[in-house]
Design a protein. Structure first.
Length: 131
């Protein structure tokens, strides 16, 4: 929990690496200072980091806003696929995440004036055994 300026507590998602928001360079259009969002989630290994798995299509739930959310995938420490989710859609099934022992997702949005609310995501996993 984090305490806001109005002295009220609210829940905030933490990031393993990166930042929740970061002021970017002031632009000359309308004098606005846009905010960037980048959150790296924990590694997903279905409870066993030694076994290979197929990480099936990513299901993503978001609040309806505008703009795009970029989802970068890292499989076993190597950059993998990158997906784009239209934030006007509250639910989307994206492509298969990939094959490996562990998947890490990084959510990014650099759009000016775009609110982002990630309500949840699911990655079905199929065990492929040890190699």
């Amino acid at each position: 929990l984090v305490r806001g300026t109005n002295d009220q507590s609210f829940a905030m998602v933490g990031s393993r690496n990166g930042y929740l928001s970061q002021d970017s360079v002031v632009r000359t259009d309308w004098g606005l200072s846009p905010i960037h969002l980048e959150v790296e989630m924990c590694g997903h290994n279905a409870g066993d980091p030694t076994r290979h798995k197929m990480f099936e299509p990513l299901a993503l739930y978001t609040a309806p806003t505008s703009g795009d959310l970029e989802i970068a995938v890292e499989m076993d420490g190597v950059s993998g696929a990158t997906f784009t989710h239209d934030l006007t859609d509250t639910y989307a099934t994206l492509d298969r995440v990939g094959f490996g022992r562990e998947a890490v997702l990084r959510f990014q949005n650099k759009g000016r004036g775009e609110d982002v609310a990630i309500l949840g995501y699911e990655i079905p996993v199929t065990d492929q055994g040890k190699r």
